[in-house]
Design a protein around this ligand. Sequence first.
Ligand code: HEM
Length: 415
Amino acid sequence: MTTTEQLDRDRVRELFDLRGSYLAEVGGGYEGDPYPVWHRLREQAAVHPGTVHELTGYDGPANFQGLPHLDRPHFSAFTYAACDAAYRDAEVFAASLTPVDPGNGSLAVSNSMIAMGGRRHRRYRALVQPSFVPGKAGWWIRNWIERTVDLLIDGFADARRAELNVDFCAAIPVLTITGSFGVPVEKALDIRAALRNPAAIVEILRPIVAARRESPQDDLISVLVEAEMTDEDGVAHRLTDAEIYSFALLLLTAGSGTTWKQMGITLTALLQRPEVLAAVRAERALLRPAIEEALRWVPTDPMFSRYVTRDVDFHGVRLPEGSVLHLCVGAANRDPARWERPDEFDISRRLRPSFAFGGGAHVCLGMHVARAEMRIGIGALLDRLPNLRLDPDAEPPRFIGLYERGATEIPVVFG
Ligand code: HEM
C-alpha cells in the first residue's frame, strides 16, 4: 500500500480545515486582510495597549501563545525595531513566567523547552540542535521528505487536476515529523487529531520509545533516547521518558501545522503570479528567494508573545511586570523602515532576515527542515506537473485566519 492510500483524505481535510472547529480557537474565523490595520497601528505607535486580535478588530475566539491570560495586562508591538529589541532581551521579555519541568510537570507544550529560559533552555536545545542544522537537511530529505513528496504526487499526477493545500501541503510536514519519530503512516493522523490530548500521543509513542531504547535506529526519536544531558551539578544522565515525551509533543506540534500553511501561502503567491512561477520554473535557484519572500510577506504565525519580568519603559510605553507583550511579527515583516514597498511580493528584493521564524534564543529550531520541505515539495510539483496553474473554474485561494494564517483550497490544473 502507498502512503497516499494509507492517508484517509476526508480525515486530512477535516483536521486541516482552517475554517473547521479545529482551528477556530486560534482566530480561524478571521477572513479579512490584517495588513492595512497593522500599517495604521504601526504608524500611530510602536507599541499599543491590547492584544493583536482586539487591535485588529476581531472579536471571535483567538487563543495562542500568551493568550488568553485574562488576569494580565496585554500590549502589542508592531515595528521591526520593537520586536527585535524584545527578542534580544530575554531577561526582561521571558518565554514564560511559570516554572517549567518536563521531567515531572504536566504533559503540555507549555511545559517544554519553548517555555524555558537562560542556560537551562540552551542545555535542552543543544540536545536536538545537531539534528536540525543546515548540514542535516539532506538527512531529512533522503529519509522522509523526498519519498513522501513523490508518493503524494503519484496520487494525483494522472488526474490533471488537484487541490494542493490539503492533499499535498498539509500531508508533507505531518508525515515528515511523524516519520522521524518512527510513527507509522496510518497513525500519523491520530497524532494530528490528538494534539490537544497529549496523553493519547504518549500512548502512540510509548512502544516506539521502548523499542528504540532496545535498539536505536537512524531517526529523531533515537536521537532523543540516546541523548545525554549534563545537569547543573555536572552529572550526565539520559533523558527520562517524560522528558522525551515533552520534546516529542513540542516537535510534533511545532513541525506540522506551520510548514503546511507556509507552503500553501508560498504556492498561492506563485500561482497568482504566473510570470514569477515561470521564472522559478526556468531558474530553480529562485525557489529559495521565493520561499524567503513568502515567509516575510505572509508568515503563517504572525504573532508570538513574551512575558515582562520587571517594570520597563519600552518604545514609549510603560510595561508593568507580569504583563504580556505580543510581538506582531506579521507587521514587523512589512515595516517600511526595513523593506521598501513592503506589501509587494518581490522575489528579487535584497534578502534581509525577517521574523517569520521568530528571533533570539527561541528562534525556530526546525527552520531548515521547513525550508527543505517547501523547496523539495514545490520543486517536485514544478518537475512533474507541466503547465501547472490555478484552476480557472474554481474559487481562487484566499488567505484566512488570524494567529495561524493560511490559504483556503488551492485548486490547480496541469498538463
Ligand atoms: C514554515 C514553518 C515554520 C514556521 C513559520 C515556524 C515558526 C516558529 C517560530 C516563530 C518560533 C519561535 C516561537 C517563539 O518565539 O516563541 C518557532 C520555534 C520552534 N519551532 Fe518552528 N516553525 C516552522 C517549522 C518548524 C518545524 C518543521 C519544526 C520541527 C521539525 C519546528 C520546531 C520548532 C521548535 C522546536 C521551536 C522552539 C525552539 C525553542 O524553544 O528553542 N518548527 N518556530
